[in-house]
Design a protein. Structure first.
Length: 336
């Protein structure tokens, strides 16, 4: 069952126009239906003109990616890296910054990462820009909403912080529970019922906000869950990215109908501010074009090779000119 969306889910404006029409589910092929993607004139967010109602959205995830074995490979923005050397290089920086004890290259790895800003940016983003607690301070209490394979929560626990999570997928919850993690099946409202207000220092929404029917509500509940001066970390696709300008309706991160609304930075900033959360930092996550562009190129009838070449150019241009990133990665801070 579908429902028409009259107002922008982010800013509630009724001023919007069809940005893309007749868009298929070209990512997971869960349906033969076609979708219209609207763009809000007020905040520039993207959203589906008609979207599945919450009760029927599940069938569109039947072919969605499964939660992979967190020990199977390292990842750069979702790209599998089989090399043990890559893992050890990333672990070198994690161990150096957070005190984890993973197999690494030691001081050599720290030096390499320290001298390579894009590589350091990837690792920092994979760690979701967790703050480092001063010696003797109480451990941070961290909530991951939509924890997936719980890879991040395992790292949080490993470095001595308190980890908690909620996730809709019962299989993912069962797997995380079997590893002794404090996780529950449900959404952010479930987290509020389970742990109560002002329970967390750090909350992460990693590629979650674009999937929910009520993004404004999710951010408002996150605010209630945060302690004073707590931080909210959000990552999601960027509707102002160069990728969408290049590939249009074949941009992989449109992903209808699972991506119900792709918020603009302005919309995220303004909604957070309404609840008393301000932008602390917009981060630069590198390497994402290497995942997004080849898929988008093939979907648009081009070769995957052309996508990789375009990704290389985009990465260089973004690094030199601080251009728009494919994904938005933002840390917000709640008022003290």
């Amino acid at each position: 069952m579908l429902e028409a969306v009259q107002n922008c889910p982010m800013c509630a404006s009724d001023r919007h126009y069809p940005r893309f029409k007749d868009v298929p589910d070209f990512v997971f092929h869960a349906t033969d239906e076609r979708w219209t993607v609207e763009q809000c004139e007020a905040c520039e967010s993207l959203f589906l003109a008609e979207r599945p109602v919450p009760a029927s959205i599940g069938r569109y995830y039947e072919r969605y990616y499964t939660h992979a074995d967190q020990d199977a490979s390292a990842a750069i923005s979702g790209i599998s890296v089989q090399s043990g050397l890559a893992k050890k290089l990333a672990n070198s920086w994690r161990n150096h910054k957070y005190g984890s004890r993973r197999p690494s290259l030691g001081a050599l790895g720290v030096a390499i990462v320290g001298a390579t800003p894009p590589l350091r940016g990837w690792i920092e983003a994979e760690c979701r820009h967790l703050p480092v607690q001063p010696a003797g301070a109480a451990p941070l209490r961290v909530l991951d909403v939509g924890h997936g394979d719980a890879r991040f929560l395992r790292f949080v626990r490993e470095i001595g912080y308190q980890a908690a999570g909620v996730e809709i997928d019962p299989k993912a919850v069962a797997q995380a529970k079997s590893d002794g993690l404090d996780v529950h099946q449900g959404d952010i409202d479930s987290a509020l019922q389970i742990w109560g207000e002002a329970s967390f220092d750090f909350i992460t929404l990693s590629h979650v906000i674009e999937h929910v029917h009520e993004p404004r509500h999710v951010i408002a509940v996150a605010n209630r869950l945060l302690r004073p001066s707590g931080r909210l970390w959000i990552e999601c696709p960027n509707p102002a990215s160069n990728g969408i300008k290049r590939y249009g309706m074949h941009w992989r991160d449109l992903d209808p109908p699972r991506h119900i609304c792709i918020p603009s930075f302005k919309a995220l900033r303004d909604i957070a501010a309404e609840t008393g959360i301000v932008v602390e930092k917009r981060h630069s996550r590198p390497f994402v074009p290497f995942e997004v562009y080849p898929f988008s190129a093939r979907a648009s009838g081009q070769s995957g090779k052309s996508g990789y070449l375009a990704a290389a150019r985009a990465e260089i241009t973004n690094s030199l000119a601080n251009g728009p990133r494919e994904w938005q990665t933002i840390t917000f801070r709640k008022a003290s």
